[in-house]
Design a protein around this ligand. Sequence first.
Ligand code: LLP
Length: 420
Amino acid sequence: MRFFDYLDGTLCAEAVPLAKIAAAVGTPVHVYSHATLEHHFKVMKAAFGDLPVHICYAVKANSNRAVIATMAALGAGADTVSEGEIRRALHAGIAPQGIVFAGVGKTDQELRFAIETKVRQINIESMSELERISTIAAELGQVQDVCIRVNPDVGAGGHAKITTGKASNKFGVSQDLAEKLYGLADQMPGVRPVGLSVHIGSQIIDLAPMELAYQKLADCVVRLRTRGLDVFRLDLGGGLAATYDENGIGPDLAAYGTMVRKLVGHLDVELEIEPGRLIAANAGVLVSRVIVTKENGGKSFLVVDAAMNDLIRPALYEAYHQLLPIQQARPDAALTPIDVVGPVCETGDTFAEERLMPPIQSGELLAFMSTGAYGFAMASTYNSRPLAAEVMVSGDRWQVVRPRQSYEDMFGTEILPDWL
Ligand code: LLP
């Protein structure tokens, strides 16, 4: 379903023209569609049918509280990887019992905060982490539910930088060690092992690697139970791809649901999944204005007012984002190749090379599509560019959900040392 489309020749978010938002708020601006977020959650849920699945939205994809609150209202939990994300999830209305705390390097302070908060579960990534959690929880007189994160030695995902499931990656522990830790955890005073978790990568279209990983997880469950250990929860991670290009190629969610049912449905475990991108990517666009067009070395450039600090995915992962003019091009408009770049002083600040585009003039508006996940969430103020504004649309309503950063907010808290 498309919630960003042309109405009367102008690109809209649901029923709101993006040009109207740009005129009121300025550019660059990230615009999110509430209906798309809801739609993706429901499609994901439906893929599992009657399987008991707790959907923990991966907050890292888009951590604006309006987005998390949209998920909370649908009954989602949260997958978090820092104290900041736990705090955001709580602020946005997700109950502690819905929050999973994951991540390869959790500090003692973060662990203490999570345990005191009584989060649903902490996913363990090493022996020392398990010991630290048990010690802190016991000090607090609590028992923390934990899952052991298995590294199944299965690679997957759209780019080497986002593959997490190979043995050589920093994430999780081997199956053998996971089973050993499970037994040890069972004897520790401050923890209760409840299950296993896995996450092998992101932007996964082909389900085969996930199937392999889940099979390994299921095998672990059987072995642990044979040893008399109780295992009643599996966290299947996130990673399902969003469609970024015009061809609309993405994972088959119905097939995913069927695969999960086949592999772990008979184990009588509660399930968790942690989708981020699938929920948020196509629920957002980044609207930018063309500053100038120029020719250089035989090439044509479109310099826009968004940059790698607003959307780093193309620079970091060679990611593709569809680019649409806000004013719909005439169907017979000639397309010419053009490099679309931002103003940051790096050649890496390139969004698209030789992209076929209709004629576009300075001052016109463009939308980078599918930027709702890992767009604003990865933004910085590099080149002292303020963080862009964020807006959420619902039907014909829209509201700023985070104003553009002021210069005062950007550097007003910096302190000059006494000797200057
Ligand atoms: N669970 C865990 C343990 C994760 O590490 C991640 C993502 C997710 C869930 C959510 O994955 P998703 O469903 O969104 O694929 N910045 C990169 C993506 C990094 C993903 C990191 N981990 C990008 O823009 O492509």
